[in-house]
Design a protein around this ligand. Structure first.
Ligand SMILES: [Zn+2]
Length: 219
């Protein structure tokens, strides 16, 4: 069986983590619009992730879809549908990462802080070490921030079993959102594969999240 592009990216990642650079930054010349490796990556916007570098992807080889958390929400789904049906990608990689800011707040806390709750402002200021300045206004949008489920931890805290589990839950939610979307085929002749990963910002290595897997408890 041929090695998947996702597996090639995993092999590239091991070389990246050991200090080897594989991404070529120079203009590669004229290229087709379809990503050459037929890969679409959904990853967090965190400044410590250089997705092309850490997966050894070159210009023209993949779609890189990024947002806060690498969450599979409406806009990521929109991008993945276009990526597959119009631009021929067949492998999806979801990448969350350790020390993610999305582990350090809840949707309710951030909304309350933005709306002017003094206790929320104080907590957010302490967590981020910057003066959190409320906008003192309500807003209907964004409808959600998609902060990760579970008890919040300090911003940029080192990984531990609990935070890794919280990251894995959200990766699994993302995989599920893709697997169950009617416009993203995951079986049959036009099937797309989906795999999820956690990138460790302290080692440069990515590790796979099993799916399906535990989703924790509200207790
Ligand atoms: Zn993040």
């Amino acid at each position: 069986m041929a090695t998947s592009m996702t597996d090639q990216c995993l092999a590239n990642n091991k070389r990246y983590a050991s200090g080897e650079a594989s991404h070529k930054p120079a203009y590669p010349g004229k290229q087709p619009i379809q990503p050459a490796k037929r890969v679409a990556v959904v990853a967090c916007m965190d400044a410590r992730l250089d997705v092309e570098d850490l997966l050894g992807l070159q210009t023209g080889e993949a779609h890189i879809i990024r947002n806060a958390g690498g969450v599979v929400g409406d806009d990521a789904i929109r991008c993945l549908i276009i990526s597959h049906h119009l631009l021929n990608t067949t492998e999806i990689m979801l990448i969350h990462h350790t020390r993610c800011g999305m582990l350090a707040f809840t949707d309710d806390l951030l909304k309350a802080g933005l709306e002017g709750d003094p206790a929320a402002e104080k907590l957010l200021g302490q967590a981020t070490k910057r003066a959190f300045t409320s906008c003192q206004k309500a807003s209907a949008t964004p409808s959600a921030f998609h902060a990760f489920r579970g008890a919040i931890e300090p911003l940029d805290a080192p990984r531990d079993a609990k935070s890794t589990e919280r990251l894995a839950w959200d990766v699994r939610r993302g995989i599920s959102a893709i697997l169950n979307h009617p416009w993203i085929p995951t079986s049959g002749a036009d099937a797309v594969s989906v795999r999820g990963f956690i990138y460790d910002v302290d080692t440069g290595l990515i590790e796979e999240v099993g799916y399906p897997g535990p989703m924790g408890s509200i207790g």
